[in-house]
Design a protein around this ligand. Structure first.
Ligand code: MSP
Length: 656
């Protein structure tokens, strides 16, 4: 039986088909903050994340790269700079990391699949779809692009493939009831979409095996079939606890999960398919699935193929891991989409972390150090009329914060902590310690003011620890709060620090950022990264259509020498060439290459031209022919090179 003080929380397992971006980091950081919060409260926490490593896409990408699928995923997951390193950098405190290629997981999947088959929840049928022969891929009607294969653009044909199906339809009523009549799925706004779009139109049985690719868990009782996607991926949440394997013994302690955090596009799989699989296995259901929103860039979804992904490593290196973690959970309400921008990131760091929290810490600690010898407050202190409101606000912070955290409202929880921080900054202005410091008689009052400020910092820092673990540790060090004053219990009351606490000034935790300079540098870095991600060389595909020889030889290609070359007035593109074509009469050709060449550099060069094109007027000048050049694209930029020939070849020589 699961103990009430245990807490099992998961992220989705990520596809290691590309490097992860800030959107993936968002979900993992949120899960980490929740796991750390529960640990702070004293729960026994199991925080699971991992990678979803099977499937056609990985198989295809590995083939393209000329390596095995396992080598391919290892490069993205466990090689230096991979997913494991990213989570280390982001200070993610996961207790376990599952890879669906781990042998214990594969063994469990085979057992789960077999059991569902033997009890009749999985049956053999025919998968029907549109098949692309060259790609060996099935597509649904909606995946096709203009009725053709979305990968290669070729014709597809109706085809059938033997496959296993899971009886999802059998569980439709129970799932509708679960969604409508319990708190299983949050935010509640997502329930309506699930029920109306997917359950009410009729749940179809789900195809759970494939024979068209091999990179998956083999169905052990039917060679040729591999388990297809969702049974393999979703079951990670139980196999990682030891369900149907001997690797771990945590199933009894931690299942059912307290919450699965998932992005909104995979809510459907977690709120419909996953409970159905668990019902079929006769296992308790997770207590909650929370579908968070997406981080958008310029209003659209980030995607590697669009080239608009934000790299968390660059941001963490520039601003610090904690600042990035804070921003992600403070800026966007967890259940809704949010627009990521560098401006928002920098202004949030400057406003909240540099101005409010950083300033409060450095002002308080430096004043305490300046006004009291060795930074030690005297125990004799005097209350004042300004104290009541701020101490009450700080003392009740933990309750308000807890209320928000229990609802996964990270943004609100952080706002509560920052209300205390803002109030403390105002308290400095109200009490004006620099005025108190002028008169020795005010020493007890001055000490009390400092003490109240330190307590506000301490209580806030305890509750900010799940979000900014390293920075809060440094705050505690500066304000003299030992381990027993960093706990959840100690954050429930105002007045935990000893009256004669000693402060120790340390580094400035959140330096202010120069917005303009930083934005320019970030843009340049993003541009460089975008370029680096582009294919180094792109060539125009060769034409499939043939041209007959007689047509080809009608083009009169000649060697020409440049006698003069000028920019055409009012045109950014055109150069006007005066050429010797061997006839004794100058030939004028206009060419749109002004952005590639300085005209004077071309004088005297030997080039190739087609000379029997009909005359054409451009910008009021006549062009008689065309110069030949070679064109290709390099890292997204078009490159052009005029065909230059040896100066030993005379003008007028025919090219053939
Ligand atoms: N492998 C599946 C999940 C299987 S769980 C049993 C998968 N992987 S994924 O790598 O494509 O996505 C993992 C998670 O990252 C999803 O929850 C997805 O919503 C989240 N995000 C990917 N891009 C995102 C944003 N731009 N913003 C927020 N989250 C995003 O789906």
């Amino acid at each position: 039986m699961k103990h009430p003080d245990t807490f099992y929380i998961t992220t989705p397992i990520y596809y290691p088909s590309d490097k992860l971006h800030i959107g993936h980091t968002y979900c993992t950081v949120a899960t980490d903050a929740m796991a750390r919060y529960k640990r702070l409260k004293g729960d026994k926490v199991l925080f699971l994340t991992g990678t979803d490593e099977h499937g056609q896409k990985i198989e295809d990408k590995a083939r393209e790269a000329g390596i095995t699928p396992k080598e391919f995923v290892d490069n993205i997951v466990s090689a230096p700079g991979g997913i494991l390193d990213l989570w280390k950098l982001m200070n993610i405190s996961n207790d376990r990391f599952i890879r669906t290629t781990d042998s214990y997981h594969e063994q469990s999947i085979q057992r789960i699949f077999k059991r569902l088959y033997e009890q009749g929840d999985i049956y053999k049928g025919k998968y029907e779809g549109k098949y692309c022969k060259p790609c060996e891929s099935f597509w649904t009607e909606t995946q096709l692009v203009d009725g053709k294969c979305p990968d290669c653009g070729r014709e597809v044909a109706d085809a059938q493939e033997e496959a296993y199906f899971f009886r999802l339809s059998k569980y439709a009523d129970r799932i509708q009831d679960l969604l409508e009549n319990t708190d299983f799925l949050e935010p509640r706004s997502r329930v309506h979409e699930m029920v109306n779009n997917f359950i009410k139109p009729g749940l179809e049985d789900l195809c759970v095996s494939r024979t068209s690719f091999t990179w998956g868990v083999p169905v052990d009782f039917d060679p040729g079939h591999v388990v297809y996607v969702w049974i393999d991926a979703l079951s990670n949440y139980i196999t990682a606890l030891g369900y149907e394997n001997g690797q771990y013994q945590d199933f009894e302690t931690f299942w059912p999960a307290d919450v699965h955090f998932v992005g909104k596009e995979i809510v459907r799989f977690h709120a419909i398919i996953w409970p159905a699989i668990l019902m079929a296995l006769d296992l308790p259901l997770p207590k909650k699935v929370y579908g968070h929103g997406w981080l958008l860039l310029d209003g659209g979804k980030m995607s590697k193929s669009k080239g608009n992904v934000v790299d968390p490593v660059i941001l963490a290196q520039r601003y610090g891991v904690d600042a990035l973690r804070y921003f992600l959970l403070r800026e966007f309400p967890f259940g809704s989409d949010g627009n990521f921008s560098n401006e928002a990131l920098i202004s949030r760091i400057n406003m909240d972390l540099a101005n409010d929290l950083g300033n409060l810490l450095s002002r308080t600690v430096s004043m305490a150090g300046k006004y009291f010898a060795g930074g030690r407050l005297p125990a004799e202190q005097a209350e004042g009329p300004e104290d009541g409101e701020i101490t009450a606000l700080a003392a009740s912070l933990r309750d308000r914060y807890e209320g928000e955290m229990e609802k996964y409202a990270f943004q609100n929880a952080l706002m509560e902590a920052f209300k205390v921080i803002a109030r403390a900054n105002k308290y400095i202005d109200e009490t004006a310690p620099w005025v108190l410091a002028k008169d020795e008689a005010n020493r007890p009052r001055l000490a009390r003011v400092m003490y109240n400020l330190l307590e506000c910092l301490r209580l806030s820092a305890v509750l900010l620890t799940p979000f900014m673990p390293q920075s809060c540790g440094k705050i505690f060090d500066q304000i003299g709060a030992g381990p027993e004053l960093r706990t959840w219990e100690s954050a429930g009351q105002f007045g935990g620090l000893p009256k004669d606490v000693t402060v120790e000034r340390g580094e400035n935790l959140f330096p202010r950022i120069d917005v303009q300079k930083e934005l320019a540098e970030l843009e340049a870095a993003a541009e460089a990264a975008k370029k680096a991600a582009l294919p180094p060389l792109e060539l125009e595909p060769q034409l499939e259509e043939t041209v007959d020889f007689d047509t080809f030889v009608k083009s009169d290609l000649r060697v020409v020498k440049v006698k003069d070359c000028q920019k055409v007035k009012k045109s950014n593109k055109l150069l006007c060439f005066t050429l010797d074509d061997g006839t004794g009469i100058d030939r004028q050709i206009l060419s749109g290459i002004a952005m590639y060449y300085e005209p004077e550099a071309l004088v005297g060069k030997t080039l190739a031209a087609i000379v029997n094109l009909p005359p054409r007027k451009m910008m009021g000048l006549e062009s008689n022919g065309m110069l030949l050049s070679a064109v290709h694209t390099e890292r997204g930029e078009e490159r052009l090179n005029l065909i230059m020939l040896s100066d030993a070849i005379p003008a007028g020589a025919k090219l053939c």
